[in-house]
Design a protein around this ligand. Structure first.
Ligand code: PDD
Length: 290
């Protein structure tokens, strides 16, 4: 049985007891935003960045929920404590509430938003994808024009991931108008001629927190790095391709569309960056008592 404790609109309760109205606008319209925040040794990792992105997403969809940054922090800290700390993935979702009538217009101002959060165990990452790398496919990015918002409307992402799975691959790298954007649920990096490249931040991609950390670590380590528009043709000649996200960290892609990437094994810059990332995690989220 899942004994996880969740949060719903001011109350902490067993996840199994959470009930959300079928009229909730998240359910009917995907009218909401979310965050996924990793927790290591009971500490919320890069919380400030996640909360800033949440505040930006809420503002972008004009969803006012009256919680300040300190309130979010208190809520999430209590959720982590209720779930015993350790290593967790915290999921937070806010929707525009559940008015009595389904109508595309925003509901009346007195309809409260639905604020839901849950925590699940963050299992140790499986070894194979990191030792051998994963295979990915490229596919058309058919998402909307505001991918910088962490919207709960993820159908295009779901279809892209499933297209990869149906073709025996693990993930899908998305291409829009001839340029790389990101992957189904992660950002993308290339290594070309010793330089680390990633698409620049605009409305075509989610400003990933892991992406941000990688850029900081690369700069501190003197790794040449560029954020710019990346034509999809660069993929074919890339020495390394990585995907980054909060829950999967940095995964090397060693086969793309059935062809090996570089030497077909995780590359040296990936090894370097992964070591830097693990050291950074240890530094900012040390075991309790350290
Ligand atoms: N996804 N791009 C997309 C489309 C994503 O969904 C995610 C994260 C990222 C990486 O962002 P971050 O480094 O902040 O996790 C990029 C989360 C983990 C998810 O939907 O589960």
């Amino acid at each position: 049985m899942n004994t996880a404790i969740a949060y719903l609109n001011g109350e902490f309760l067993p996840l199994a007891d959470v009930g959300i109205s079928p009229l909730d606008r998240g359910f009917l319209f995907a009218d909401g935003v979310y965050e996924v925040i990793p927790v290591y040794h009971g500490r919320l990792f890069r919380l400030a960045g996640h909360l800033q992105r949440l505040v930006n997403s809420l503002a972008a969809i004009q969803l006012e929920c009256g919680l300040e940054r300190g309130d979010w922090e208190a809520l999430l800290t209590e959720l982590v404590a209720c779930n015993g700390g350790g290593n967790l993935a915290v999921y937070l979702q806010i929707t525009r509430g559940a008015p009595e009538i389904r109508d595309h217009n925003f509901p009346a101002a007195d309809i409260p938003p639905t604020i839901f959060a849950m925590a699940s165990l963050l299992k140790p990452l499986p070894e194979a994808p990191y030792e051998e790398g994963i295979s990915a496919i490229t596919c058309a990015d058919i998402r909307w024009g505001a991918c910088h918002i962490k919207s709960i409307a993820l159908l295009a992402n779901v279809l892209a991931r499933q297209q990869a799975v149906a073709q025996g691959a693990a993930d899908a790298i998305l291409v829009r108008d001839g340029y790389l954007t990101e992957a189904a649920a992660s950002n993308v990096f290339l290594v070309c001629d010793g330089r680390l490249l990633t698409p620049r931040k605009d409305e075509r991609i989610l400003p990933g927190i892991t992406r941000e950390i990688i850029l900081e670590l690369a700069a501190a380590d003197g790794m040449p790095c560029e954020e710019r528009d990346l034509p999809a043709e660069l993929l074919a000649g890339a020495d390394e391709i990585w995907l980054s996200s909060s829950t999967k960290e940095i995964i090397p892609v060693t086969a793309l569309d059935g062809r090996p990437v570089g030497a077909g094994v995780p590359g040296p810059l990936w090894r370097r960056m992964t070591a830097l990332y693990q050291a950074y995690k240890q530094m900012v989220c040390p075991p309790v008592g350290v």
